[in-house]
Write a protein that binds this ligand. Structure first.
Ligand code: CA2
Length: 153
């Protein structure tokens, strides 16, 4: 495997820093720090490091995607509400070298109609939605699987 691509980037969008504070029936009780720990443990088991970030700003999220797009083994992204609105985030993800897996804590298809469409989904290799915090572990595992597959192809 290419040594410069052993980091999985886990990128989080607006308001996810508030997890654990409100709406546990929708988003569960885990805080973002607990989700980061889960990602680190999952990735570590599979031989990957994690670069875990959260921002409330669209441009900062796009800059983060640009920063990791050539160096990360793959990207797990919960763009939060930007998933449903941002063509810019979608376009940035479209030029990521490695696999991209979209994750949502809640099942976006069981919620309001405006959450049913995701621009991110159009450029994602996979989507995990409605599996709570565990969905992040599943997404990290799938990115690791796809990245390892790519490295041996
Ligand atoms: O289910 C998800 O993971 C979402 O990406 C979460 C976003 C929402 O806009 C998406 O439709 C689905 C919202 C994240 C905000 O999280 C909060 C957590 C606690 C309190 C307030 C907001």
């Amino acid at each position: 495997m290419n040594a410069s691509r052993t980091v999985i980037a886990v990128l989080n969008g607006p308001n996810l820093n508030l997890l654990g504070e409100r709406d546990p029936e929708v988003y569960g009780t885990a805080t973002l720090t607990e989700i980061e720990k889960l990602c680190l443990e999952t990735a570590d088991r599979l031989g990957f490091d994690v670069d875990f970030r959260q921002t409330n700003h669209e441009g900062v999220l796009i800059d983060a995607i640009h920063e990791v797009r050539r160096t990360a083994a793959g990207v797990v992204i919960n763009a939060a509400a930007l998933s449903h609105t941002s063509v810019s985030v979608r376009d940035a993800l479209a030029v990521v070298d490695g696999p991209v897996v979209e994750v949502h804590l809640s099942n976006i298809h069981r919620r309001e109609a405006f959450r049913h469409h995701s621009f991110v989904a159009e450029v994602a290799d996979g989507i995990v939605t409605g599996c709570g915090a565990r969905g992040y572990a599943m997404a990290v595992e799938h990115v690791a699987h796809l990245a390892a597959e790519e490295a041996t192809a």
